[in-house]
Design a protein around this ligand. Sequence first.
Ligand code: SAM
Ligand code: DTB
Ligand code: SF4
Length: 345
Amino acid sequence: MQATQTIEKPLTQVKSQKDLHKELDALGAWSVAQVEALFALPLSDLMFRAQETHRAHFPDGDVELATLLSIKTGGCPEDCGYCPQAARYDTDVKANKLMDLDEVLEAAKAAKAAGSNRFCMGAAWREPKDRDIEKVAAMIKGVKALGLETCATLGMLEPNQAQALQEAGLDFYNHNLDTSEDFYRSVISTRGYQDRLDTISNVRAAGMSVCCGGIVGMGESREQRAAFLARLANLSPYPESVPINHLVPVAGTPLADQKPLDPLEFVRTIAVARITMPRARVRLSAGRQELGRAVQAMCFQAGANSIFYGEQLLTTGNPEAEQDRELLAELGLKTKQSRKTEVLV
Ligand code: SAM
Ligand code: DTB
Ligand code: SF4
């Protein structure tokens, strides 16, 4: 059984990558070197270990379906180098104000009717204002009343805001570490790594489940991917949901011309996430459309057991729901049926 507190030790003063990794190794169960060693296994050995872990912890082998809705799009003051919603980048995304409650509930009803398990509301905010929290709380209550699990991703949260969302019935809060601490600095400057850890800690302290993952394929090294996964796995407890996004390079963002990651390296990343976070739902997230059926099938074999479901993510595309149902049926994968929320404490 894991302890209930998120690791609080600040790492911001640590200078070199080597020192940072030494410090991380001292903190938790997974050292960066151990995680790198998993990445370096022959692919069939890595897949075998991931399958063993997956079957031991998810004997039903079902796949969770989570539907996303962008409740407030674009115009964000942050500078995340991958993000089409940052106001400072010239992208095709048009900024919108916060959606009305009725529209959100219509979308949630449609997600429920399509068989979704979870409804995740995303807002392009650095952090919500208290009056935003009140409006989102009403959305959470309405979505919850439909019998869906609720998730929100609204940027950084203060402890009182996390508490208010929990009281409204929020099951999960999504806030990503996104990458390793050292690579992070080359992607985002307006919000620090420690800010992210603080928000995750506030979410835990308010009694909600944590959805936390990141993006691969932004030009990071394998060692940095290993450091990112070690960091997630060493959160105590590790997140219940781990979204692994493949960068979607969007025109106008600094990462627009980034070369795609080797698909087998993406599969390895999923397998390593499964082995290091055995009871987490590992979610195939952004960029799934570009992966194709064969790579997705390998990802499910590697232990992915959750997807974003519905033709739109926040601003980018996702496979059609019907196409996903066909793929899962063809692979013989059941979808998650129960309303039971998996909690790792
Ligand atoms: N504004 C909030 C925040 O950043 O915490 C919530 C929404 S933000 C869009 C949620 C996550 O989407 C990011 O942390 C990032 O991992 C992912 N994301 C955004 N743009 C992406 C892209 N182009 N490709 C892959 N993932 C992306
Ligand atoms: C997460 O890790 N991935 C989702 C969800 N959390 C909010 C968002 C993906 C966004 C991809 C880019 C877009 O559609 O704007
Ligand atoms: Fe804003 Fe979130 Fe996009 Fe960063 S990822 S620019 S915080 S919407």
